[in-house]
Design a protein around this ligand. Structure first.
Ligand code: SF4
Length: 429
């Protein structure tokens, strides 16, 4: 059995800067919704946020809100209320938790930020089906509830190579939503402003990538569990100078750690890649479990999903269409396997955890033999854990912990055998 003792991962100081960022973000939205001084747009997390920002909307992201419901474990109380409305327990538990909480007049924002009583009322809802169809159903429910207009981008799915025809069809849809948004916002679309915002989004994305790439260092200065929190500004603040400034501060702290050989996990022995959604209600427990096992979960498909390297201010519509279609979730299994293989190599990964999230088949890539194929191709073992992003009824803690401990033990045995082999061959030489 691999050694296990009580330790916690090292705190990243920039987290406090991020907390202030998120507080200011939600208070600004709340003020706008209460006073009507600015229009509020709801947007899916990998939706065309740049267009909305360029048209002076404040942007609210329901997925981030629902992740808060999950992380605070409030989701469990509210999912049944959405089930009662006909949204079954089998569909996205972001959707069910969020709609359920709304019907009960509850939001975790009230607990986190004094004075905020509800989510900000939308003037428009804008979705992109690049992630899934659930997002459209989710936003449509709120559109009916608030009697607010809804517009959307309908994206291709299962894409192997992103081609010109994919890009031009999505870019055209993005251009088509400008006119209705002008009517709602009362702001005339300005191409130069969009270029400015896209340039800032690109800068934010590049910095976020650099932050995540620091995990390639040995020991890694960063864990996936830090990433799920620190990604906040990349999701809700991309396109702003403030998000760019935050990631400069964070990057500098992580580079300092690398220079001084400081790992996020003390005595890092195993390097793990996390494939799939986080289990929001178990972030702390999982972080502690892996840390105790000297295993650093250091990289993930999930956190990488807010890297948009295609953004180009000189071609805002074409590059946004490309960036939002190149996403991992949009791609074919073959393209996904190539991507994960690259990540295993880049981050020098010993093992991969595949989270089979019950209510999100879109982010569960272990149902059609991918872990087995990847393991055969790379020689890196994988472990599937059953769970969910928000619905903790889909998770057995005991079984998950036992499986993770056994997996780390397997990695330990592999390391011992590999070392013995190296020693033997060195002696023979
Ligand atoms: S991708 Fe999954 S978690 Fe995200 S909105 Fe769609 S179903 Fe829900």
């Amino acid at each position: 059995m691999a050694e296990k003792r009580k330790v916690t991962r090292k705190k990243i100081k920039a987290t406090d800067v991020m907390k202030q960022f998120m507080a200011d973000y939600y208070y600004e939205l709340d003020h706008a919704a209460k006073t009507g001084e600015k229009k509020v747009a709801w947007c899916s997390s990998v939706g065309p946020a740049e267009i909305l920002r360029a048209m002076d909307f404040l942007i609210y992201f329901p997925e981030t809100h629902s992740a808060m419901l999950g992380a605070t474990r409030m989701a469990m109380e509210f999912i049944p209320h959405a089930n009662a409305l006909g949204y079954t327990p089998e569909i996205c538990s972001y959707l069910t938790a969020d709609i359920g909480a709304f019907t009960r007049g509850v939001t975790p924002l009230s607990r986190a930020y004094e004075g905020i009583e509800s989510v900000p009322k939308p003037d428009v809802l804008v979705f992109n089906t690049n992630q899934c169809r659930d997002i459209q159903d989710w936003f449509s429910w709120y559109s009916r509830e608030f009697e607010a207009p809804i517009v959307g981008i309908h994206t291709h799915r299962g894409v192997m190579d992103v081609t010109e025809s994919h890009i031009s069809s999505i870019a055209k849809q993005m251009e088509d939503i400008i006119e209705p948004l002008e009517e709602i916002s009362g702001v005339r679309f300005d191409l130069n402003e969009l270029k400015r915002v896209v340039a800032l989004s690109r800068e934010c994305s590049d910095l976020w990538k650099k932050v995540l790439d620091t995990a390639a260092a040995i020991p890694s200065p960063l864990t996936f569990f830090d990433g799920t929190i620190l990604m906040g500004p990349a999701v809700v603040g991309r396109g702003t100078q403030r998000a760019v400034d935050f990631y400069k501060v964070l990057l500098s702290e992580l580079e300092d750690r690398i220079e001084n050989g400081i790992g996020a996990v003390e005595d890092e022995r195993f390097r793990i890649y996390w494939e799939g959604m986080p289990i929001w209600g178990r972030l702390r427990a999982h972080s502690e479990l892996f840390t105790e096992l000297k295993a650093c979960v250091l990289a993930s498909t999930y956190c990488n999903s807010w890297i948009f390297s295609a953004f180009d201010a000189e071609d805002p519509f074409g590059s946004m269409a490309k960036a939002y279609t190149e996403l991992f979730i949009v791609r074919s299994d073959e393209a996904k396997e190539k991507y994960i293989t690259k990540m295993i190599d880049f981050f020098k990964v010993d093992g991969v955890i595949f989270h089979d999230a019950r209510t999100c088949p879109n982010n569960s890539n272990c149902r059609y033999g991918m872990p087995q194929r990847l393991s055969a191709d790379t020689g890196v073992p994988g472990l599937i854990i059953n769970g969910d992003l928000n619905d903790l009824r889909c998770l057995s803690d005991e079984q998950t912990n036992t499986n993770i401990e056994a997996f780390i033990e397997q990695l330990e045995e592999q390391k011992i055998s590999a070392n013995e082999y190296t020693e033997k061959t060195t002696l023979e030489e």
